[in-house]
Every structure is written in C-alpha cells, then in structure tokens.
Design a protein around this ligand. Structure first.
Ligand SMILES: NC(=O)c1ccc[n+]([C@@H]2O[C@H](COP(=O)([O-])OP(=O)(O)OC[C@H]3O[C@@H](n4cnc5c(N)ncnc54)[C@H](OP(=O)(O)O)[C@@H]3O)[C@@H](O)[C@H]2O)c1
Length: 252
C-alpha cells in the first residue's frame, strides 16, 4: 500500500506558517517530504520558522505578504517556487475578543476580511492549480467556534462558521475525486497567541469542566490532522470538518 502519508514531490503553501498551528502544519508537511512555502506578514518570524524546519532537513521557502492585500499574488508567487501547487493550508487568522457593544462594524468587517474573505480569494486563485495535481488538497483551519459560541466573540465565530460552510460549498463544487476540500476545527490549543489565556485560572477551570481530555491541546497535536487531510490517506474524505478538541464539542 506504500506510505499513505507521504508527501514527497508535492508542493504545499501554508498561510500563517510563521507560528502556532500553521507552523505545526508546515513542519508536518515538510517532515512528510513536501516542499513547503510559508506565508505570514512578519519576515523575521518566517525566517526563524523556516530555519527551524530546515535544521530538521525540510525543504521550505518563505513568502512574506499581507493576505488582505494580496491573496492572489501570494498564490501566484508561491507557485513560482516549484511551478505547481498540490496542497493549500489556510491557517492565518486574527481574533478580536470584543462583544457587540465595543466591536465596531469596521472591526467586524476587518476580521471577517482576514479570516473568511481571504480564504475565498486564496481558494479562487489556487483551485485551478490544485485541479492539475494528481491529489489536490485544500484545507482551511476553522475552529469549534464555527459551531459553539462563547460570549463576546461574535466576529471570530461568524468568520469561522463561514469558513466551515465555504469548505462544504467548495467541496461540492470542486471535489471531484482527485481534489478534496476539508477543514479542521481545533478546540483550545496552547499556542503563543493563547499564552495569557493558558495561565488564566478561570479558563483552566472551564477546560477542566468542559473538555473531557481536561487539558489544552498541544500545538503539535494538530500536525497529524493536517497530514491526514493533506496526504493520499484521505482520498475519500471530502467536504468535512475534522474536529480536534479533546472531546469538548461532544460533551453535553
Ligand atoms: N490556537 C487555538 O486554540 C485555535 C483554536 C481554534 C482555531 N484556531 C485557528 O488555527 C489557526 C492558527 O491559530 P494560532 O493560534 O496558531 O494563531 P496565531 O498564533 O495567531 O497565528 C496566526 C498566523 O496568521 C498570520 N497572519 C495573521 N494575519 C495575517 C494576514 N493578514 N496575512 C498573512 N498572515 C497573517 C500570522 O503571522 P503574522 O502576524 O506575521 O502575519 C501568524 O502566522 C487560526 O486560523 C485560528 O483561528 C486556533
């Protein structure tokens, strides 16, 4: 059967690759043999992340750029590295934990622009190239916030619900057997961005009570989900959202 998780000879573009879950996705794909192109806005953060992967023998390039200004350009330049694109992982996102009384209409729109509109722009530019691959993979990193809301987080929840819906819509339209479109819905992960929250006793007691695994996800625990959806192992998985949340959303 060969190695179903092998990504040798394939090119992957990972947005949000400079840190957190995007970095874990990029590392996993590079470890599996893919040439990985990482996007984010901060060039020095991308350099640091790329060097960490290169030290392990991975093949990686960096592509700095703000997706809200240039999603299509990021895809076009990404393809310039190897001449093809087999896997797109869109992990870049932003968050604004303000409730409706403080969150302005513009702030809502800006967040949806990064988290959802950019996903559409990236997908639209990438899909014709992914369709040329023998196993094209489009993967959005959504969130359990797509289905479960916490008070004071309306823009993020709306953007991620849109992203999970976009997954299904694009899978139905483009998922023709060789190309698949799926998303991952992580729960609470202790990434750099959540460092403050991870030390908040209130959040910790919520996690103890609500997450059957009774702990935060470790960032590297997203890697196997990404690798599964990116590799030939998931050839008949299309239009789904893979939840990785320690059981949080299964509990009543
Ligand atoms: N951590 C969690 O618990 C959790 C839970 C559920 C879902 N998720 C989702 O998982 C993904 C990664 O989460 P994370 O915690 O690892 O996030 P993070 O640490 O905040 O990383 C976000 C990444 O996106 C990039 N980015 C943000 N805006 C961008 C833009 N306009 N253009 C290009 N790149 C941009 C950032 O790089 P620059 O700042 O340098 O641009 C960074 O690499 C996100 O989609 C998030 O919504 C995370």
């Amino acid at each position: 059967m060969g190695n179903l998780f092998c990504c040798k000879g394939r090119t992957a573009l990972v947005t949000g690759g400079s840190r957190g879950l995007g970095f874990q996705a990029a590392s996993a794909l590079a470890d599996a043999g893919a040439t990985v192109i990482m996007n984010g806005r901060d060039q020095s953060a991308l350099d640091g992340a790329a060097n960490a992967i290169r030290k392990r023998g991975g093949s990686v390039e960096i592509l700095p750029g703000d997706l809200t200004r240039s999603a299509r350009v990021v895809i076009e330049q990404g393809i310039g590295f190897t001449g093809s694109l087999d896997i797109l992982v869109h992990a870049a996102a932003t968050r604004d934990r303000r409730g409706t009384s403080e969150l302005s209409e513009d702030a809502f729109r800006n967040l949806v622009d990064t988290n959802l509109n950019c996903a559409y722009d990236l997908a639209r530019a990438a899909l014709p190239h992914l369709a040329h691959s023998s196993s094209g993979r489009l993967i959005f990193v959504s969130s359990i916030a797509a289905r479960l809301a916490r008070s004071g987080d309306p823009a993020y929840a709306a953007s991620k619900a849109g992203l999970s819906a976009l997954t299904r819509a694009l899978a139905v339209e483009h998922g023709n057997g060789q190309l698949t479109v799926n998303s991952i819905e992580p729960g609470f992960f202790a990434t750099e961005t959540n460092e403050k929250l991870a030390h908040d006793p209130g959040i910790q007691s919520f996690i103890d009570m609500r997450v059957p695994s009774k702990r935060w996800g470790r960032p590297e625990e997203i890697a196997s989900a990404v690798l599964f959806l990116a590799s030939p192992a998931s050839s008949y998985v299309n239009g789904t959202s893979l939840t990785v949340d320690g059981g949080l959303s299964a509990q009543m």
